[in-house]
Design a protein around this ligand. Sequence first.
Ligand code: FES
Length: 269
Amino acid sequence: MVHEVVQGEDIGSKRLLFFQMNGEFRLENLADQSHQFFYGHRYWSAIKKAVDTSGAGDLYPRIEATAKKSGAPLDFALAMSAVAYMTLEQCGSSFLLSSYIPAVEKEKPEDWLRRRATALRPSLMERLKGKSSCERVIFDEQNADGWFAIQATQDITTAAELDKRPFHESDKRCYEGMGPIPVDCRSGSCGTCWVGILGGNENLDPVEDFERKRMDYFGYWDSGFVDSQVERPLIRLSCQTKANGSVSIVIPPWNAVFGRSRREKESGG
Ligand code: FES
């Protein structure tokens, strides 16, 4: 696992902040995979070939021109082209030379959406007991086994912990026997367990004051595309988020851990 203590600045107060980054947080190491959860990811190779690296002209016309030139369906190509130009801006052009080829399934976008955040059909025994559905959290939409069951009003990390597969072997941030979502405190203190919501957001409890304050503190809602004021933002602290039905999430490959170092700096220590 990659660990690094980094320095940032609180935009409002201008105070220096220090926190530890865990996991794979350098975009250049994940330039080909960071958007695997997009349906349009399958067109990534064609988009990369069409990118204009000259750096000339406004960004939007270049995004549009690249999307058209790629030959991919425009609905998906525009988003992927935008991803490519942001990656180019942040990491330089070396990712355009990689030999990475995305997996392409035959599934249509409407099938993909239909499968997203779906409950499982219960077994015969469960149906005899009156159970009409098995709710679940899908954390890897590309993998048929990428889900764990969840009970109504259970928070996501508690449900995740009941899945005893060896996730710690593939993600060193995970503790053995604690499920696929990295956690450290389970009390909203550390900021480790953030996830993105891909589907089933309506099945989550609205964000409460405590989670809202903690996410503001951690800065996960500063990204500009997440409206932190809505009842159910698209980024949540999974140890503070209860589900009442099935949901699809993405577990980010990195997290920051906030704690002593940040507090010491804030108090001048
Ligand atoms: S595990 Fe620490 S904030 Fe959720």
